[in-house]
Design a protein around this ligand. Structure first.
Ligand code: SF4
Length: 165
């Protein structure tokens, strides 16, 4: 077996494992909690996001995907960066909700440092106020598709606006 073949095999196996068992960490950087409730709903038996192997973890050191809600407040900015830096590579960021994408209703507030993409490189944007659990699951599954096809990180994805409305 030559080294090139071994490297390719290892890369295929790690991508397969990553796509079939993405572990996520949830961070509220200033949300009103509406989006967070919808994220929690994805974990309930009704939506059962674990069927895709997606598991919520408490430590950034165990997480592949950072699911972030809300605009980024000045107070949360450093903490958000610290959580992101603690995650192992390769890592992916999903912005959930209009506030995470543009600042939403909090845009221009004195205590807002910006939206998520102004602080971290976002890989998937899930619009809505708040997005429904179906839209959140769809966004994460689409991100996994991009990871599998090797099209990440050049392509950031968006879930259909009408789905999330
Ligand atoms: S998008 Fe809507 S539900 Fe989500 S944090 Fe902003 S205001 Fe709250």
């Amino acid at each position: 077996m030559n080294q090139q073949y071994v490297n390719r095999l290892m890369s295929t196996i790690t991508t397969w494992a990553r796509v079939n068992s993405p572990w996520a960490i949830h961070f509220n950087s200033g949300s009103c909690n509406g989006c967070d409730i919808e994220i929690l709903a994805t974990l309930t038996p009704r939506y059962d996001v674990e069927r895709f192997g997606i598991k919520l973890r408490g430590s950034p050191r165990h997480a592949d995907v950072l699911v972030c809600t809300g605009p980024v407040t000045r107070q949360a900015r450093e903490r958000l960066l610290r959580v992101y830096e603690q995650m192992p590579e390769p890592k992916f960021v999903v912005a959930v909700g209009s506030c995470g994408i543009s600042g939403g209703v909090f845009q221009g507030c004195y205590n807002i440092a910006g939206h998520i993409n102004e602080v971290l490189p976002v890989d998937a944007f899930i619009p809505g106020c708040p997005p429904r659990p179906e839209a959140i699951i769809d966004g994460i599954v689409k991100l996994l598709g991009h990871i599998q096809n090797g099209t990440h990180p050049a392509i950031a994805i968006e879930v259909g606006l009408q789905e999330a409305a």
